[in-house]
Design a binder for this molecule. Sequence first.
Ligand SMILES: [Zn+2]
Length: 95
Amino acid sequence: MKKVNIKGRNYRILRRARKGSTGRQILDGYSDATNAEIYISETTGRDFHQVLMHEMIHACFNEVGIDIPLQIEEIICESVSTMIDQNFKITPRKK
Ligand SMILES: [Zn+2]
């Protein structure tokens, strides 16, 4: 899987670490709406698809123009991605 469609916009998926705002912390994932890219750290100990789902929800919020405090957005992204991960097996659609 190299791209995901989020509200009609293709986001590239990159397996690369990305540092947090302090520059010290390595993030499990990062959604870059400006460049339509989602980074998933190759060293994350978490499930790839759950991290991807979390970042896709961030990207979706951005694409539809939802602007809420980041702390609340994080709770929603983490809760929904965990709920999906615990109840469904996610496999990419063949194109
Ligand atoms: Zn997040």
